[in-house]
Structures are given as C-alpha cells and as structure tokens.
Design a protein around this ligand. Sequence first.
Ligand code: SF4
Length: 261
Amino acid sequence: MNTPEVSNLSSLQAPAKASAITLYARAGADFAAKLDATIELLRAAAQDHRGAIVQATSLGAEDMVVTDLIARLHLGIAIGTLETGKLHPETSALIPRIEQRYGLPVEVYRPREEQVLHFVRQNGEDAMYRSLELRKACCGVRKMEPLGRMLEGRTAWVTGLRREQSNNRGAVPFIEGEANGRTKVNPLADWTWNEVWHYIASHDVPFNPLHDEFMPSIGCAPCTRAIAVGEDFRAGRWWWEDEAAKECGLHATKGSDAVPA
Ligand code: SF4
C-alpha cells in the first residue's frame, strides 16, 4: 500500500487560503422548504426521544449547522463529540467555542488511555498507513469505543451525514433504524454543500478554519489532507485507501433498516 508523503501533496493542493463561505455559500430555490422540513424532522426526533437523544458531532461544517439548529430551536438534544487525541488544534478549539456561543455543554468522549497506549506500543503512531486492518483498529480504539459510551442509554443519535458526501453515502435516509434498535437521524441528508455554507453564512455559525484551506471533510490530522480542484468531497480522508473502504465504522449501514422520512 503506497502512502504518499504529505509534502508530496502540495502539488495537488489548491492555494493555501480561501474563504469557504465565498466559494460555496449558495441556496437553491427550494432551500426554505428544505430547511422547514429539516426543522420539523429534528423537532419530531427530539420529542420522540426526549432525554435520550444525542448529536454526535464531528465538528465539521454540517455538524455545526445541526448544532446551531439544536441550540436555536431549544430542542434539548445533547451534543457529544469524540476527542480522539489526533484532532487538529483548530478542530478541538471548536468545543469551547460551541459552549460559549450557545451556552450548551459539549460532552467530550476520549479513548481509554490504556487501550491507546497498548495499540501504539504494539503498532506505532503511524499504524493507520500500514494496512486497512490497522487503520480500522485505530479507529476502533479512538472512535468506536468512545462512541459506544456516548450512545449508551440513548435511543437515538443525530448526525450530519449528507448523500452528496460520497458514493457510500448516496442513499443515506433521513431516519435509519439500526440493528441494535437505536434510531439514527440524518436531518441534512438531502442538503447540498452550497446549502450548508449558505446556512453557515446567514446564521453566522462558527466553523473550523481548516475549511478555508480546502478541507471539506475533516477528521483526525494524520488521516486528513486538503483536496485539489475536481477531487471528490472525501478524497482528503484516508486518501491512500480505496474509495469503498473510506468509513471509520461510525456510519456503517449493514444490518440497518432505512426508514424514509
Ligand atoms: S481517523 Fe486516523 S488517527 Fe483517527 S482514529 Fe481513525 S485511523 Fe486513527
């Protein structure tokens, strides 16, 4: 498996600075209706799962929109995030920004220290580049296990998944019944990237400054790079892997029953 050096990627990358808002913020004619439907969906989910629903935010642009709606509408949906220990400082800095801006607590779930130490001791800090199995094992320790704790005792969770993000996500439903009985709510399933940025611009939503550096999809620092013009939305995530493998396990759909909204 060839792992490109980050320094070799500079030729692929677009210029260092640009405003994501200027580049992307545009709303289609049906945006107002789409936003109304999103609000209705979130309200219904909050009511159906009162006290047992959490937004699992990656702190990316879509998730910031969802957090803004949760706060603005006083939905009572908890907000949780995974601090993997490998995030960019710009990403981690959003946690206190959300708390200050909205006056809502963010639940932060970190990996178990002993599991991380064991994994790194066995496989090294750069294990994710060596094989798909090791990359998934790293995601297992740093993301899946903490996500399990976030979702414990909860009957529903909210994500920022959109169909446009990748082929793997092309059929994301608004509401998914998972095999474990939990409900996954994807209120932005039919939003476009332009609409996400239109909402951010028109509601002054805080966002990760790395989006201004051509990183539309931001995960852990070692597994995220900027994309070039014409590359797919998620081309900068686990870029050394095949397209079909590019999920960390958080949003696997096997065994789920899709429920159309
Ligand atoms: S995204 Fe990369 S660094 Fe983060 S948990 Fe997965 S493999 Fe590890």
